[in-house]
Design a protein around this ligand. Structure first.
Ligand SMILES: NC(=O)c1ccc[n+]([C@@H]2O[C@H](COP(=O)([O-])OP(=O)(O)OC[C@H]3O[C@@H](n4cnc5c(N)ncnc54)[C@H](OP(=O)(O)O)[C@@H]3O)[C@@H](O)[C@H]2O)c1
Length: 190
């Protein structure tokens, strides 16, 4: 069982533009190539978490409140924790749990729900950073698109040194490079 941050990113380390657009991703020639390994990845996932901006992007971009069957087609019954301090619209019949609890508490519940399968952290970057700060991030899979944005939502706004990151695999998927890293434990303070 691993806790995995799996996301697409720009070459300069952004998940989205400052106004939360992913148009740069869909504009890449053969952009579906970025997702070619996704079905196999999702098969191994038993629980998911994301921040509220990511959730609201999905709601708006995919009209999920009106077309909730899409959620079930993609994610089936996987329990999903959405981190927020606000009351947000619910996707009907989806197992979505809104929370502002500590990531350690939520992670324990996610691991419990996932059973033998992995936990997927969808983003954004600071939320994943909170899991990393707590020593709860095991892997990063970053699918790098051939584009720079200069600014936007950061991939992972934390300092994690090369002593803690090990490159496990590199795959070319069309115009995308899929980089997989194992994340080591944080160093304990002397
Ligand atoms: N390229 C990709 O494949 C990819 C992947 C993921 C995301 N994205 C995009 O990247 C952008 C990420 O947005 P973002 O950086 O704002 O990150 P986000 O994690 O999606 O949302 C951040 C928000 O989540 C809530 N939150 C975070 N930590 C929390 C905690 N511990 N407790 C309670 N609430 C918490 C806060 O909002 P409130 O409390 O105000 O609700 C915070 O402002 C989005 O546009 C998303 O669509 C792209």
């Amino acid at each position: 069982m691993a806790t995995i941050y799996n996301t697409a990113t720009t070459l300069d380390g952004f998940l989205a533009t400052p106004d939360n657009s992913l148009d740069w991703l869909f504009a890449v020639e053969g952009s579906d190539d970025a997702e070619s390994s996704f079905p196999a990845f999702l098969d191994g996932i038993g629980a998911m978490a994301m921040g509220s901006t990511t959730y609201e992007w999905l709601l708006a971009h995919e009209a999920l409140v009106d077309e909730p069957q899409k959620w079930r087609e993609w994610y089936a019954e996987r329990p999903t924790w959405v981190f927020t301090h606000r009351e947000l619209p619910v996707v009907p019949d989806a197992d979505i749990r809104f929370t502002s609890d500590d990531v350690r508490t939520v992670h324990a519940a996610m691991v419990d729900a996932a059973g033998p399968r992995d936990v997927w952290l969808m983003g954004g970057g600071d939320l994943v950073g909170q899991f990393a700060d707590a020593g709860l991030l095991d892997q990063i899979t970053a699918t790098v698109a051939p584009v720079t944005l200069g600014s936007g939502a950061p991939l992972l706004p934390r300092v994690i040194g090369s002593d803690r990151l090990r490159l496990v695999s590199v795959e070319q998927r069309g115009q995308f490079a899929e980089l997989r890293y194992a994340v080591g434990a944080p160093r304990t303070q002397a």
